[in-house]
Write a protein that binds this ligand. Structure first.
Ligand code: PLP
Length: 314
């Protein structure tokens, strides 16, 4: 087969997959007496509704990664995550949906849990590696799949320029301009993508990133390395609740109140912390009366399954 016809074939495949990857998530109001009192209009972009497993920002982050893999003729996605990684699960589900083979390197000793069960159910092969070995991902890839010409490296959390490209598209879906936009950040890819989207469309919305780690100041470097043009944004580093996947009774009770009063499912690792931050800032009169605020629900609700004990008795 000539190179040209191969190129044509991939173009058609890409086009086909691109159409299958198009998404649109609805925006719902978040009503709360305190917001009404402060004259704030708060909305939630329901990226959690995009897909039950390739949820939220993971779909956006994977979109151009998958298209790149396919354009390069790769059929095997190799990626990395912790034992409760939403990204592993999203990659497993996306691989099954779009016809890739998938391997996930899992950090730490072999364990069984609901997330990994669902990864396997979608056909992902899991390889457990020590925390030490896990640190050098390109080396792990080389060591295990250096000879596999079909293998395609997907970084932990889907962190990549392609990931930011997919997240930037969120901005094109907004029906109106918001004064403030909030999102949670882990790798900072989603935040960087949204900032890029705001830049591309010359929108003046103030962007707010809420790191879910302790000492989240380092997130500024992670976000900035994806930006070709520097941009101002707010980083709220006081809402980590003790660190990654750590919670407090206050956060758990916020999540419970939120879910039971809105019917919107959230988890306390990402979206719970981000919405708490938004709510807390509002209560301290951080926003001018009349402001419109959009929070991105980045999905990940299966993370709840690893936290049932935190809710026990509450
Ligand atoms: C993975 C994840 C994030 C983190 O996104 P980054 O692009 O890595 O910053 C945020 N929210 C949820 C629900 C996630 O699963």
């Amino acid at each position: 087969m000539s190179a040209l016809s191969n190129e044509y074939k991939y173009k058609m495949l890409n086009l086909h997959m691109q159409i299958a990857l198009e998404i649109f998530s609805p925006i719902h109001p978040w009503q709360h007496p305190m917001f009404a009192q402060k004259e704030l209009n708060v909305f939630i972009k329901r990226d959690d509704l995009i897909h039950p497993l390739i949820s939220g920002n993971k779909w956006r982050k994977l979109k151009y990664v998958l298209l790149k893999a396919q354009a390069e003729g790769k059929t095997h996605l190799v990626t990395f995550g912790g034992a409760f990684s939403n990204h592993l699960l999203a990659t497993a589900a996306a691989a099954a949906r779009f016809g890739f083979k998938a391997t996930g390197f899992v950090r730490g000793e072999e364990v069984q849990n609901d997330t990994l069960f669902l990864c396997r159910l979608h056909g992902m092969q899991l390889i457990f590696v020590s925390r030490d070995a896990y640190r050098n991902k390109p080396e792990l890839f080389q060591q295990y799949f250096g000879q596999d010409e079909q293998a395609f490296f997907v970084d932990e959390g889907g962190a990549s320029v392609e990931g930011t490209q997919g997240c930037a598209e969120l901005i094109t879906e907004l029906p109106t301009q918001y004064d403030h936009i909030f999102c949670a950040c882990g790798t900072g890819t989603t935040a960087a993508g949204i900032i890029k989207g705001l830049q591309q469309h010359q929108l003046p919305s103030a962007f707010h990133a809420v790191p879910v780690f302790k000492n989240g100041e380092f997130m500024r470097n992670e976000i900035d390395r994806f930006l070709t043009v520097p941009a101002p944004y707010h980083l709220h580093t006081d809402y980590h609740f003790g660190g990654y996947a750590k919670t407090t009774p206050e956060l758990i009770s916020f999540v419970k109140d939120f879910v039971s009063s809105t019917g919107i499912l959230i988890e306390p690792v990402y979206t719970g912390k981000m919405l708490y931050a938004l709510h807390n800032l509002a209560s301290k009169d951080y926003f001018a009366p009349g402001s419109s605020i959009l929070a991105i629900h980045s999905g990940g609700i299966w993370g709840l399954l690893g936290m049932k004990d935190k809710f026990a008795g509450s």
